[in-house]
Design a protein around this ligand. Structure first.
Ligand SMILES: NC(=O)c1ccc[n+]([C@@H]2O[C@H](COP(=O)([O-])OP(=O)(O)OC[C@H]3O[C@@H](n4cnc5c(N)ncnc54)[C@H](OP(=O)(O)O)[C@@H]3O)[C@@H](O)[C@H]2O)c1
Length: 182
């Protein structure tokens, strides 16, 4: 239980290049960073989650397919409902603790899926119970957008206390590792 007052599991998800990038320098996701097998696993996890947490740009880029969303933005002081989407709340982590957010949203159990980008992964790094990391073997994205601002997830996740458990080749050239807090 990493969030005080809530028995939730905090689980991150990312697909990265060999150099640990989640997007190219211009913020776009190159086709080589998209993988069908990874996408299916990712979407199933989001469908099963009690809440999906993401940054404002990702929220605007990917229309909500009917999930409860918590969107990080500095444009609100604390927590406000998105007037355009009943299922989405805008949240500023500097203005309200995540435990209080979950109380207000009446989420006391289940999985909280953290889908990035960088600012969102950074905020949740100390709270992660699990992280599902897919790595595309033959792709590097020099000057790309990093998964974590502190460095490659293979170094940052153990630094935050997570251990690599299962590694699986989910598709040709794509390895998925389950990182868990022991
Ligand atoms: N490969 C992957 O697994 C993966 C995962 C996630 C995203 N992506 C891709 O990565 C690209 C870049 O993502 P990104 O990081 O630039 O965008 P993003 O995380 O989707 O959105 C960034 C915005 O989130 C808000 N934000 C971030 N950290 C915050 C904090 N600590 N407090 C309050 N608000 C915060 C800010 O919104 P305001 O400007 O409104 O304040 C910021 O401008 C996108 O193309 C996305 O599709 C890839």
């Amino acid at each position: 239980m990493s969030i005080p007052g809530a028995s939730v599991i905090v689980e991150g998800h990312a697909i990265v290049s060999v150099d640990g990038m989640i997007a190219a320098a211009d913020g776009s996701m190159p086709p080589a960073l998209r993988n069908e097998a990874d996408w299916r696993i990712f979407q199933a996890a989001l469908d099963a989650a009690a809440l999906v947490v993401l940054g404002r740009l990702g929220h605007e880029r990917h229309p909500n397919p009917g999930r409860k969303r918590l969107v990080l933005t500095r444009s609100v002081a604390t927590l406000e409902r998105d007037p355009a989407d009943l299922l989405t709340q805008f949240w500023n982590p500097d203005g309200m603790e995540i435990g209080d957010v979950l109380k207000q949203l009446e989420i006391a159990s289940g999985t909280i899926a953290i889908t990035g980008g960088t600012g969102t992964f950074d905020v949740f790094l100390p709270l992660l119970d699990r992280f599902v990391l897919s790595e595309v073997r033959d792709l590097t994205l020099p000057d790309g957008i990093p998964c974590f601002s502190k460095g490659h997830p293979r170094l940052v996740l153990p630094g935050a206390g997570l251990e690599a458990r299962d590694m699986e080749l989910i598709d040709r050239g794509v390895v998925q590792t389950q990182w868990v807090r022991p």
